[in-house]
Design a protein. Structure first.
Lengths: 541, 326
């Protein structure tokens, strides 16, 4: 009796209220612009051929990026899920970083490494003796796809490797005993078993790229390459067409909701098999091949990031300098004058957002796990469907309605925007922990006379702690790297590190951007370490 | 007055309907057995407060606890599954439900309880490192530590290996006898129930089919369900044996005697004789043989010390051993 008296639901109410208020109010504001004047803005968007060109470009780049990421990942996954060798784990961990690395760092790393005057071209020019850039990748469709693959290849690689590792070999062995060769077995037996995981990785990457923003904006370098997100941003900040932006974001919301509904079934997690695959120790030729693959991964992943650090300390000509660092510390000119403020603001925002999102997210996760409710997960995934730029747009409309301006209000608006973007991820990260609590455990505590409160704190919460730590790290990283909403909402009063980096790239201050990028990278690495290690020893399975 | 009194309790789930009244005396060891789905675990959940009855009342030690919160009922429960709290070590688990505040007292009680369940020195162990049997012993100690008015045990041994079961079964009985605590023990294993309890309640389809000591239930079952649930036996239509009798007659395998020769009924006036039984199967049971016979198309089960050499035998049973059951 009274086992389900709404205790957990009541505790989740603040989080639900935050979701509803922070999601619905900006959205309604946006809708009111879009439906202004008898739906005229919306009708125009639906009738405009350009809208469908946007749609087709967004779909094309997302599908292509996802396809290439997955295809590139497959051979690597095949090796990594079969053999074990020293350094294998390190490469897997490095790949997991992709979930944490802010996109803006990829943009910056690409500009510095792959740029026409970038480090790679420097190196190749010296090697070939030419006096003009050897490879011209940047500011093109290819650059967008390459950056997306850079960001998502590790994700595909990691997800598929983990899934493949979890498939025991017995079925394949059975196929061999029935006379099937290796190739036939792979296509007839292994691939069908992997299909679900491959599809899940594909969909995840597709959705990432669908809402890609800073990569398109900077690396595309041409308004011809516009996605919904970048176009909404351009309309607000460049052509100052609020109604058009609002109408477009309503259209985009419809499309992405549709996509989420279509792809939803493909994202469902499969139950792990009881027996894991036994990894074979790589020797001789296999080991050499393994290291060749490792080298390929490292050569692809590391240079852009390392070049950020290099460029933070060296000028274009290769002379050592601490100018950028001095500027950050003492306040330089132009964008650099805002650098130290941005570093602090980013940290404050990310801390507030991650703490709040874990605090509220744990309560929502608990309530939804207890009730087995469908409504809560749906509610908490709504902000995912709407896209960050749309939310940023809503918040910027909202801020325009607030009569008085102050840095504090701007800061609070950024925190609110980040929170509503991050909270769904936090809930998703913590929910498996809440579901892992055996139903009988609280019952056992109640029969021993423990109150609901004591049972929750002593018995149930410990199951959530490892997941909450992960959610904290993930939320912190997401907020730290958030550009889409922050830039759209930005009124110039509050700058975060990624926004400042974006602006500095625009004004060719690569050194300053690299110094800030190095700080961002360091913070991301620390937060990644917090999320990955520690607490594993008392992990509850 | 009974210590635990369950009056006209009802609980409905779909087509399942639990409806019963039950009493247990203070310090009694009462076993509840029945096939799966008979409602025995539901009954425990109702007493514990994990489920709410549709109607009826539950009175424990003179106090109506039907609508009480789980926490205030003064019950403790040992579950079949692992319900130890993984975030705490063995000692913290045991201390979890203790009422006393003082630290040394808590520690001493925990140590004593561990000794009682045969796990002396296990206090600092992590509960995830325990074997199934050890975990059940810790569950038992933890339940006792909360000083319950009644201890409910819901198939506590079902997940364990048979030798381990016997071992812990004896420990539970010994603890009952030394503490004098009232225990309600649910199991589906009749051997377990026979060996451990003072009194047994047999449940079937949400109702109480019979209640009594193991001996009473085995020797004088009140209906066919109880007869078959408490042991092996044969039931054949009564009219085959006695004219004008309705229902079935039932007997246990050990109550029948076989003979390889023809028997003259006039010499055995106290007996009923089934002649011309075909031997269908013969299983060696250690102590003897369990014979499956065919009498006019009806299967009969009979115990025999020797292995019959003939294909056809006769069977005789004392008239008074034949029970007319429905």
């Amino acid at each position: 009796m009274a086992r389900y008296d709404g205790y957990y639901l009541r505790r989740a109410l603040p989080g639900i209220a935050v979701l509803v208020v922070l999601f619905l109010i900006p959205l309604i504001t946006t809708f009111s612009y879009a439906f202004h004047d008898g739906m005229r803005p919306l009708m125009e968007i639906f009738e405009d051929g350009y809208t469908y060109r946007l749609l087709s470009f967004t779909l094309t780049e997302s599908l292509l990026s996802a396809l290439l990421s997955v295809l590139a990942a497959l051979p690597f996954a095949a090796y990594f899920s079969r053999y074990t060798f020293p350094g294998r784990k390190a490469v897997m961990t490095l790949s997991a970083l992709a979930f944490t690395i802010p996109t803006i760092l990829v943009v910056l790393g690409f500009v510095i490494w792959y740029g026409n005057n970038g480090l790679l071209n420097d190196f190749l020019m010296r090697l070939t003796g030419r006096d003009h850039s050897v490879i011209e990748v940047l500011y093109s469709f290819r650059a967008i796809i390459l950056a997306h693959v850079y960001l998502n290849f590790p994700i595909a690689f990691l997800l598929i490797t983990q899934a493949w590792e979890g498939l025991s070999d017995t079925t394949e062995h059975a196929a061999y005993t029935l006379g099937a060769g290796r190739i036939r077995t792979f296509f007839m037996v292994t691939l069908p078993r992997l299909r679900g995981s491959i599809a899940a990785a594909f969909i995840l990457i597709f959705l990432f790229c669908f809402s890609s923003f800073s990569i398109i904006l900077v690396l595309g370098g041409n308004p011809a390459y516009s996605t919904f997100e970048t176009e909404i941003y351009r309309r607000v900040h460049i052509s100052v067409d609020r109604e058009g932006a609002a109408a477009l974001s309503v259209f985009a919301l419809c499309v992405s909701s549709l996509l989420l509904i279509i792809t939803g079934p493909g994202m469902r997690r499969r139950k792990a098999e009881r027996r894991q695959r036994e990894l074979i120790k790589a020797k001789g030729g296999t080991l050499a091949a393994a290291y060749a693959l490792v080298l390929l991964i490292l050569l692809f992943l590391l240079p852009p990031m390392l070049s950020i650090i290099y460029r933070a300390f060296y000028t274009k000509e290769g002379a050592f300098t601490l100018k950028a660092w001095n500027d950050i510390a003492e306040g330089g000119t132009g964008f650099m004058s805002a650098a130290s403020g941005a570093v602090i603001a980013s940290f404050v925002i990310a801390s507030a957002v991650s703490l709040l999102s874990v605090f509220l997210g744990a309560r929502i996760a608990m309530a939804s796990a207890k009730r087995g409710s469908v409504l809560l997960p749906l509610l908490s995934s709504m902000p995912m469907a709407s896209g960050s730029v749309t939310l940023g747009l809503g918040f910027s409309f909202l801020s325009a309605m607030i009569p008085f301006k102050s840095p504090l209000i701007s800061l609070l608006l950024v925190i609110a925007a980040h929170l509503v973007i991050v909270l769904p991820f936090s809930v998703r990260t913590i929910t498996p922990g809440a579901r892992a609590i055996p139903a009988l455990l609280p019952d056992a505590a109640y029969t021993l006379g423990a109150s609901k409160r004591r049972t929750r704190r002593k018995v149930e919460m410990p199951f959530l702690y490892p997941y909450m730590r992960k959610a904290f790290a993930f939320s912190f990283a997401l907020s730290l790297g958030e550009v889409n909403a922050t830039l759209t909402l930005s009124d110039g009063r509050i700058s975060t590190i990624p926004v400042l980096i974006y602006r500095m790239i625009g004004s060719y201050n690569y050194q300053g951007a690299a110094a800030l990028g190095t700080i961002l990278l360091a913070e991301a690495l620390i937060i990644f370490a917090i999320g990955e290690c520690g607490g594993k020893k008392n992990g509850i399975s | 007055m009974a210590y635990l009194e369950i009056k006209n309790i009802e609980k409905k789930y779909g087509s399942f309907n639990l409806s019963l009244s039950l009493e247990a005396g203070e310090g009694e060891f009462l076993c509840i057995i029945g096939p799966s789905g008979s409602g025995k675990s539901t009954l425990l959940s109702l007493i514990a407060g994990l489920e709410e009855p549709d109607s009826g009342s539950i009175i424990l030690d003179g106090r109506d606890i039907t609508r009480e919160k789980i926490q205030d009922r003064g019950i403790a429960m040992v579950f079949q599954d692992f319900t130890l709290f993984p975030s705490m070590n063995v000692q913290k688990n045991i201390e979890f439900g203790m009422k006393m505040r003082e630290k040394t007292k808590r520690r001493n009680l925990a140590a004593n309880l561990l000794k009682l369940v045969g796990l002396e020195g296990y206090g600092k162990r992590s509960v995830t490192s325990l074997s199934g049997g050890e975990a059940q012993r810790v569950q038992l100690a933890r339940a006792l530590a909360s000083e319950p008015g009644i201890l409910l045990l819901d198939e506590p041994l079902s997940a364990l290996d048979p030798p381990m079961r016997k071992n812990i079964r004896n420990a539970i009985r010994a603890i009952h006898d030394s503490l004098g605590i009232t225990m309600l023990y649910v199991t589906h294993d009749r051997e377990e129930a026979f060996s451990i309890s003072d009194s047994i309640v047999i449940m079937n389809e949400g109702r109480i089919a019979a209640r009594g000591s193991a001996e009473e239930l085995y020797r004088h079952p009140s209906d066919l369900f109880t007869a078959f649930f408490t042991g092996e036996g044969t039931a054949i239509p009564a009219h085959l044996v006695f004219e004008n009798m309705e229902g079935s007659v039932f007997f246990r395998p050990e109550e029948a005697t076989i003979s390889e020769d023809e028997l003259d009924p006039s010499l055995y006036t106290m007996h009923v004789i089934f002649s011309g039984c075909e031997v269908v199967s013969c299983e060696f049971t250690g102590a003897g043989y369990m014979l499956g016979l065919n009498y006019k198309g009806y299967p009969l089960l009979c115990q025999s010390a020797t292995k019959p050499r003939r294909k056809t035998v006769s069977l005789m049973i004392l008239r008074e051993s034949l029970r007319n059951l429905i």
